[in-house]
Design a protein around this ligand. Structure first.
Ligand code: GLU
Length: 468
């Protein structure tokens, strides 16, 4: 008899509260990669039961972020708010089975209980007043009060799991009091919904942030009460910012879409985030396909990962340089438009290919493209410094030679420049600096012959006509 292997099904289960940073999207990347690696199914589930904070715009931000990074889901989005009927029927089932019971303790009674426990130096916990026990007489239910439902946690023994990141994790049951699983208005609470969803969606592996570790023992109890095995858990260590604090909007973390808008490439982001908490030997740069092929839960990092903006830039620059010129142009174009630059005269693929050597992002490439697509406005002081009488004389001659060049290409332009330098006894920078300023308006450009070759000859000749 061969063992049947359950299909791999993973999920990303964000709460749509409007902001999604790199640590959040990493909790989508890993379950996505795990599902892809195994030919499984990746599900998007929107945990929107916090109706005060959840918005449809926030759902769009999540979907756009995933879409940008190419984390396509196979099922969903499922919305918890659309599953209320199902939750209510499972709540009934738990009550029927003796796993949940109504509790009429009011908020003020709970507060008083907590105060007494704290005063006695005890950890605050629900004391089981309304928990049915054989032979126990419960207080009479107060009239006009809607009870909460509490889950009946086993009071002895322990509960634990073999976490793919943390190893064995165990909690003593007497540390877990009876969790509220439905509010007085009957709406189910978070830990309960997660379990019903993970069961109904046949989730095989839960890969999520380790801020959920304390929820897991409670969730496992609910799985068992519902007659199910719990999924495999992998709790990912937190992502810290460069100051060593937990990554969060409050601490200045940027949203995923802001990285997109700053000109980071999705492929670079996937590569960078893949390494932020997982490794494959010492591989730093690898394709999405290699990542999917290599990804497993056995090489997840056990300690917190620290975001490193310089490394992300380095990875991005790598991907920028690897793009095919036509693809590079297509990616730079929207950024040019955003900067108000009109693509004209100079071939964008050629310009961007030349300029990417000095850039880390698409936005930086587009900004540098200003040297080709904006009218030059050289700074007067720089001109006064570099456009010396000797340079001026050389540039007048250079203009005539350029005008007559049989071929308008970088090597020919370079040869013409050298010829003029020799004739005028000048060093390259003495002529190249004012030449750059006049033609591009900038002091820093790639090799000037390569830059001139991209312009139409007429443009260069015209821009040099002012020196005579
Ligand atoms: N909705 C939870 C969150 O955004 C995730 C829950 C889970 O993955 O189980 O943190």
């Amino acid at each position: 008899m061969s063992a049947t292997i359950a299909p791999i099904r993973t999920r990303f289960a964000p709460s749509p509260t409007g902001f999604i940073h790199l640590g959040n999207i990493r909790s989508a990347l890993y379950p996505w990669a795990f599902a892809r690696h195994h030919g499984g199914t990746f599900i998007l589930r929107v945990e929107d039961t916090d109706t005060e904070r959840s918005t449809q715009e926030a759902v769009k931000v999540i979907i756009d972020s995933m879409d940008w990074m190419g984390l396509h889901y196979d099922e969903g989005p499922y919305y918890q708010m659309q599953r209320m009927e199902r939750y209510r029927s499972v709540l009934d089932q738990l009550v029927q089975g003796g796993h949940a019971y109504p509790c009429y303790m009011s908020a003020s009674e709970l507060n008083a209980l907590r105060d007494r426990q704290m005063a006695a130096g005890l950890k605050p916990r629900y004391d089981g007043t309304w928990r049915p026990e054989p032979g126990k007489v419960l207080p009479g239910a107060p009239t006009g009060v809607q009870p909460v439902l509490r889950f009946r946690t086993p009071d002895q023994g322990s509960v634990g799991w073999d976490d793919k990141v943390k190893g064995r994790v165990d909690f003593a049951n007497d540390e877990l009091d009876d969790l509220v699983i439905a509010r007085p208005d009957g709406t189910p609470t978070y830990n309960f919904c997660v379990v019903v969803d993970d069961i109904d969606m046949h989730i095989s592996h839960v890969i999520r942030g380790d801020d959920h570790v304390n929820n897991t023992p409670r969730q496992i109890h609910i799985f068992r009460a519902l007659g199910h095995e719990h999924p495999v858990y992998a709790h990912l260590p937190t992502v810290l910012n460069e100051q060593g604090e937990k990554l969060s909007k409050r601490n200045g973390a940027k949203s995923v879409l802001q990285y997109r808008d700053e000109g980071y490439l999705a492929e670079a982001m996937v590569n960078y985030l893949a390494r932020l908490g997982w490794s494959h030997g010492d591989a730093e740069i690898f394709t999405r396909e290699a990542f999917v092929q290599w990804f497993d839960l056995d090489h997840l990092g056990r300690s917190a990962a620290q975001f490193d903006g310089e490394k992300l830039k380095w990875v991005n620059a790598h991907y920028l340089r690897a793009l095919d010129p036509a693809e590079l142009a297509a990616q730079v174009r929207p950024f040019l438009q955003r900067l108000g630059l009109r693509e004209q005269g100079v071939d964008l693929a050629a310009a961007a290919t030349l300029l990417r050597e000095r850039a880390h992002t698409l936005l930086e490439v587009a900004e540098l493209c200003g040297m080709f697509y904006a009218e030059p406005e050289p700074d007067a002081d720089s001109l006064a410094q570099h456009l010396t009488p000797a340079a001026r004389a050389a540039l007048v001659d250079l203009r005539s030679v350029l005008q007559a060049l049989p071929v308008w290409e970088a090597p020919d332009i370079s040869a013409a420049m050298k010829q003029i330098l020799v004739a005028h006894k000048l060093k390259m920078p003495q002529m190249a600096m004012p030449l750059r300023l006049l033609v591009t308006g900038r002091l820093h450009t790639p090799s000037v012959d390569a830059v001139l070759a991209l312009f139409a000859r007429d443009t260069v000749v015209h821009r040099l006509s002012g020196v005579a």
